[in-house]
Design a protein around this ligand. Structure first.
Ligand code: MN
Length: 418
């Protein structure tokens, strides 16, 4: 077992009930405060400045990697190093370490979450988005093609994906404007230009990679865990009307690249190990390079809420990451089987995560069944897609043996088109 994951540990830092951030989590992020910008972790609602801890030799790592506006330099140290950082932080802040609790140098490295502005944690090089939830692919196939042939013939052979745009990946909290573009609302009419009228979220998770192998090499499903640093929540915004008109023949473009948002805390794959579960039986049998050993899926509860302006939120979806057909190991093995190189800080989206039942669908396209089943909101209004000044909130956490490891949230408002 990874030492920092011990479910019996408690911290001398107060952790509120149902916090996503007990001492077993120790996620990584980048925080800006009056004292500058640095790599941090978090216990409860307390942010811990790792640069300060390293400067004072309270953790034994080169302080330079934490004196940064991104996690990339730390991630370049690799998995053994980030595991050791978590273990050392765990040692310092566990209840039994009362010396640390009264050490002024330790206390000086602590900030309240209210005193910091969380930043985009990783300098993202490349962004790939998969399409790995069977229910989502099936639903979209029903909506746009034919329920009898909803899954395309390649779907159970290939973890389907596309290359997205990394420059427009933003941290939680930054609002965006409704995109504009070409659409063709009347199937028999001509295309028109205007504001997107079918703006949608996609409930996804993302994983971020350590430095991979050089070009020409591949990462096997067995090796994949060593190349995956951690995960975040991802809202992969989608302009459905723009998408429907532009996607033939090369796939998503302006319908997707205007913005995607991620949660600000990267939860390490190490912290998520206790929540591994088995995946679905894959039939037809996959190619040998996609076979994997052990439990490689993860039980992570996910939910999406919509909060209209000046109103309370309504939860519109509850799903789970365990519903994925293809797991991260298979995605990474597939991504590199042709020799494509992976670099530190690459972002890989899961694809929309829809569960098997109504109420578990991860996009408004599916929830409102292309606008035919509007969602009743708590304030009496209805939603088919996302309206101006709505805030979309994605939350996620894993829970087992009294330990809850969460991601916080992705919280983003849609402003009217410019
Ligand atoms: Mn997506």
């Amino acid at each position: 077992m990874i030492e920092a994951n011990n479910p019996d540990l408690r911290s001398w830092i107060e952790v509120p009930q149902n916090s996503d951030f007990p001492i077993q989590n120790i996620p990584f992020g980048v925080a800006k405060s009056k004292k500058g910008t640095a790599v941090v972790t978090r216990i409860g609602n307390t942010v811990i400045n790792l640069h300060q801890l390293a400067l004072k030799n309270l953790i034994s790592f080169d302080s330079k990697v934490f004196d940064s506006a991104s996690l990339n330099a730390m991630m370049l140290l690799g998995k053994q190093a980030t595991r050791e950082i978590r273990n050392q932080v765990s040692m310092l802040f566990r209840e039994s370490n009362q010396n640390a609790k009264s050490n002024p140098e330790v206390l000086e490295s602590l900030l309240s979450i209210n005193e910091v502005e969380m930043q985009l944690p990783i300098q993202i090089g490349d962004y790939t988005d998969f399409y790995s939830s069977e229910q989502h692919a099936y639903n979209v196939g029903c909506l746009f093609r034919d329920p009898k042939n909803a899954l395309l013939p390649n779907w159970k052979y290939i973890p389907v994906g596309y290359h997205g745009r990394s420059s427009s990946i933003l941290p939680s909290g930054v609002p965006i404007h409704r995109p504009k573009g070409q659409k063709k609302p009347n199937p028999d009419g001509l295309p028109i230009f205007g504001n997107c009228s079918l703006l949608d979220f996609e409930l996804e998770t993302a994983f971020f990679t350590y430095q991979g192998k050089p070009i020409g090499e591949s990462i096997t499903t067995d090796e994949a865990d060593d190349y995956i640093f951690g995960m975040a929540l991802l809202n992969d915004w989608s302009a459905r009307d723009i998408q429907a008109w532009e996607y033939v023949p090369l796939g998503p473009f302006l319908a997707k690249n205007f913005a995607s948002h991620i949660s600000c805390w990267i939860v390490t794959l190490d912290a998520l190990e206790p929540f591994r579960v088995s995946g679905p039986i894959q039939d037809p049998k996959v190619f040998p390079y996609l076979e994997y050993k052990g439990d490689k899926h993860i039980d992570i509860n996910l939910e999406v809420a919509i909060k209209p302006e000046n109103s309370t939120e309504t939860v519109v979806c509850k799903s789970n990451y365990k519903h994925m057909y293809w797991n991260m190991n298979q995605q990474l093995a597939h991504h590199t089987i042709n020799g494509c190189n992976i670099r530190v800080g690459d972002c890989m989206g899961s694809g929309t995560i829809s569960g098997p039942n109504e109420g578990e669908y991860g996009s408004m396209l599916e929830i409102s069944w292309k606008g035919t089943k509007p969602v009743k909101m708590n304030d009496g209004s209805e939603r088919k897609f996302i309206e101006d000044n709505d805030t979309v909130i994605i939350r996620g956490y894993a829970q087992k043996n009294g330990v809850r490891i969460g991601f916080g949230e992705v919280y983003n408002k849609i402003l009217p088109a410019k």
